[in-house]
Design a protein around this ligand. Structure first.
Ligand code: DHK
Length: 144
């Protein structure tokens, strides 16, 4: 059984309650369900969320030994965190960056992503379906 880490950054614990006009009414539990449905039987999903940059980095480091890919929505750390970029640069398997909203239609400060310098694909604006698409892509990249 291969494991895909689905990592979520600051404020995504409030998914479903936070600005639903932007992020929708579904929750992180719905994200977990969509990812599990998308990955098929040979894979497991490890979904994590933290509001703390260092915790996210620790999970990326641990994933080096235990996972076959990372789906990451770093929240606002997307636009600020060289440390998360550096952590992802220590990780060899596929990395896919997901944003629920279409960040390029929003404020200019959301248009730049440090994580995109490492990501093998970037998905924005598909809502929660972006996570499922990212999981399917990792499954196809790493093989059943
Ligand atoms: C989530 C956030 O929390 C924002 O800080 C990003 C991203 C966009 C999203 O669309 O999922 O700018």
């Amino acid at each position: 059984m291969k494991t895909i880490l689905v990592l979520n950054g600051p404020n995504l614990n409030l998914l479903g309650k936070r600005q639903p006009q932007i992020y929708g009414h579904e929750t992180l539990e719905d994200v977990a369900r969509l990812c599990r449905d998308a990955c098929g039987s040979g894979f497991s999903i490890d979904l994590q969320q933290s509001n703390h940059e260092g915790q996210l980095i620790d999970w990326i480091h641990a994933a080096r030994e235990t996972t076959c890919g990372i789906v990451i929505n770093p929240g606002a750390l997307t636009h600020t965190s060289i440390a998360i970029l550096d952590a992802l640069n220590t990780y060899d398997p596929p990395v896919i960056e997901v944003h629920i909203s279409q960040v390029h239609k929003r404020e200019a400060f959301r248009h730049h992503s440090f994580v995109s310098l490492r990501a093998d694909a970037v998905i924005a604006g598909l809502g929660l379906e972006g996570y499922a698409a990212a999981v399917r892509r990792i499954v196809s990249l790493v093989g059943e």
